[in-house]
Write a protein that binds this ligand. Structure first.
Ligand code: NAP
Length: 251
């Protein structure tokens, strides 16, 4: 993708990876629109960074996406990059008495349907641009699951597969499709403790490595994988799948 002069819409732009990516692209001379459900954060980001636009979006509410899509068509017809990054993560104990599928449904709604709906809403605009890119955030848990986050990991495996098909179907249209598959990164995704967990990759270091990979186009198969991602990505190919799964899921 080109790294400057874009008009970029980021879902899940109010915090964590989405916000940091939005800031990194803004620093490189892009017009950036961040979206999310928390109005106070949208206002704060726009106030701190003149030029960044904050617009409300709840991906679980189709009316909210329709409103945003109409606003973008009217106000930002040059939109050429969608970063479909919003996601939620919840642990689930499938063996527990009284387990129900409510967390699984919420994860599917946001992580899977949210990406599909955002793509459907903005693809018509992207297709009109000479240089367009869709970046969707999966996870390296798409490649080997953590069993205490079953639906979360499966939602990311879904995206990994779906993005390959999207990329293939768009092969004759100049819309690049990139998959961002982060390792464990210091954000508030699973709660405040993750943001300072020493086992997680510092957010600034993750974003710096991603921007460098994008800049140098070092993303074979259109997968943006930082160094920390690679062992898990290739565990199955390299005959380490069982050992990797066992190390991640102690019994
Ligand atoms: N951090 C990691 O270790 C890690 C690893 C692999 C993949 N990822 C993926 O990276 C992405 C970003 O996560 P993060 O780690 O940066 O966590 P985060 O700080 O919690 O960011 C999640 C973002 O998604 C937005 N969001 C959640 N539900 C939404 C909804 N219904 N509608 C619209 N926006 C919604 C949130 O904004 P509002 O609350 O304002 O709506 C927030 O901006 C996620 O897809 C996550 O699965 C993260």
């Amino acid at each position: 993708m080109k790294m400057t002069g874009n008009t970029i819409l980021v879902t899940g732009g109010t915090s964590g990876i989405g916000r940091a990516l939005a800031e990194a692209f803004h620093d490189r001379g892009n017009r950036v629109i961040v979206t999310g459900r928390r109005p106070a954060l949208l206002e704060q980001i726009a106030a701190e960074r003149p030029g960044v636009i904050g617009l409300p979006l709840d991906l679980d509410d189709p009316a909210s996406l329709s409103r945003l899509s109409a606003d973008i068509q009217a106000g930002f017809p040059g939109l050429n990059v969608l970063i479909a990054n919003a996601g939620i993560s919840r642990p689930e104990d499938l063996a527990a008495e009284g387990w129900d599928a409510s967390d699984a449904e919420a994860i599917v709604e946001t992580n899977i349907l949210g990406v599909l709906r955002a793509t459907a809403a903005f693809l018509p605009i992207l297709k009109r641009q000479p240089d367009a890119t869709i970046i969707a955030t999966s996870s390296n848990l798409a490649f080997v699951p953590r069993a205490d986050f079953p639906t979360y990991c499966a939602s990311k495996a879904f995206l990994h597969s779906w993005l390959q098909s999207l990329r293939h179907q768009l092969r004759r249209i100049p819309v690049e499709v990139l998959e961002l598959a982060p390792p464990y990164v210091q954000t508030g995704l699973t709660g405040a403790q993750q943001a300072c967990d020493a086992r997680a990759m510092p957010l600034a270091a993750y974003i710096a490595e991603v921007m460098q990979l994008l800049e140098l186009r070092l993303h074979p198969r259109d997968e943006v994988l930082v160094e920390r991602d690679r062992a898990r990505r290739w565990a199955e190919r390299d005959g380490r799948y069982e050992a990797t799964f066992a190390a991640m899921n102690l019994s």
